[in-house]
Design a protein around this ligand. Structure first.
Ligand code: SF4
Length: 333
């Protein structure tokens, strides 16, 4: 079996706060291969973004305690020096954030900001960086890129700003792109355009993509593989077909039931997962989902409340739940 391009093993991210230790990520493992997209789904606070900030080395070492292994193209990132991480963030890995307005400076033109990233990592001249910015704006479908390159972010629409962010993230041809809720703030049409754009770019360049989202619809349209996270842990992992076609974990069933479907009757109400996610200062013992789960009595209430279920081996369709496969199939027909 070939080595995955990105391999995360037993990742733990704790934050030491005045109120105690926040266990944001607790023993997470996953792989991403070149040319594929991994969708990481879960509610707010499930550890999706914290995981990916750890991959990029963006946590403050004063407050975050990180252990485990993160290997990108054979290079270990945990414990890597600041200069190594800066090199990796420029050339090998990049991130697109949810809200471009917080990442784009209002004081500089869009072209200047894209060009500066290029200059910083390649040492290119200003003229070459401007040409590269125009090329990138063209690639992400900004109309009249030769003139729009001199616009400020406020002169762009929301969808164009998100495209500009993608252009900035891709300007150094990264091998890994992490997109954190890249379409949440956009209307449905623009959302579809941005997802198409990411897919096209991946086809052209073979980039590995991690797509962080709470929306299984976005995953269905874009991802090859899916990791479902709950309370800082992986509760289910598989291909998009496995997770959407034969989901096995009660939390995944809950996420699917809360998602609108075109095939469902229009008057069918959406059912959000009952209850709220746990505080990461005080994660429930046993299965962290047990206070919200409808089936602990079926699986063995003492077991569910006291012993943490582990996700089965690193590859293939796996889930962390004590129900038998037959019980899961019976419940979720
Ligand atoms: Fe529910 Fe128990 Fe499965 Fe957790 S292990 S999801 S509590 S049935």
């Amino acid at each position: 079996m070939s080595t995955p391009f990105l391999s995360v093993r037993d990742l733990i991210v704790d934050f030491h706060t005045e109120d105690g230790v926040v266990h944001a990520v607790d023993g997470l493992s996953f792989d991403v291969d070149k040319g594929t997209t991994l969708g990481i789904v879960g509610e707010s606070g499930s550890g999706k973004s914290v995981t990916n900030l750890a991959v990029l080395g963006l946590h403050d070492p004063e407050t975050a305690r990180i252990s485990g292994g993160i290997t990108l193209d054979g290079e270990e990132l945990i414990g890597a020096s600041r200069s190594t991480m800066e090199r990796i963030r420029g050339n090998k890995a990049a991130m697109i954030f949810q809200d471009p307005l917080t990442s784009l400076s209002p004081y500089h033109t869009v072209g200047r900001q894209i060009g500066e990233v290029f200059r910083r990592h390649t040492g290119a001249s200003r003229a070459a960086a401007r040409d590269r910015a125009i090329e990138m704006l063209t690639r992400v479908g900004i109309p009249q890129p030769k003139t729009r390159v001199d616009d400020y972010p406020h002169q762009f629409s929301g969808g164009m700003r998100q495209r500009a962010m993608i252009a900035m993230a891709l300007v150094c041809d990264p091998d890994l792109l992490i997109a954190d809720e890249p379409t949440t703030a956009l209307d449905v049409t623009v959302q579809a355009q941005i997802l198409d754009l990411l897919r096209d770019l991946q086809e052209q360049t073979g980039t590995a993509i991690i797509l962080i989202t709470h929306d299984l619809g976005v995953v269905a349209a874009t991802a090859h593989d899916v990791l479902v996270m709950y309370a800082g842990r992986a509760v289910e992992r598989g291909t998009v077909r496995e997770i959407l076609g034969e989901p096995r974990h009660p939390y995944t069933w809950g996420l699917l039931a809360s998602m609108p479907r075109l095939s469902a009757p229009v008057d069918l109400p959406l059912r959000p997962v009952r209850g709220t996610p746990p505080s990461l200062l005080n994660v429930p013992p046993g299965c962290p989902f047990h206070p919200r789960c409808d089936y602990p009595d079926l699986a063995g209430p003492e077991l569910c409340r006291t012993v943490r279920p582990e996700l089965s081996p690193h590859r293939g369709h796996g889930d962390a739940c004590y129900l038998t496969l037959a019980q899961k199939r019976e419940i979720h027909r």
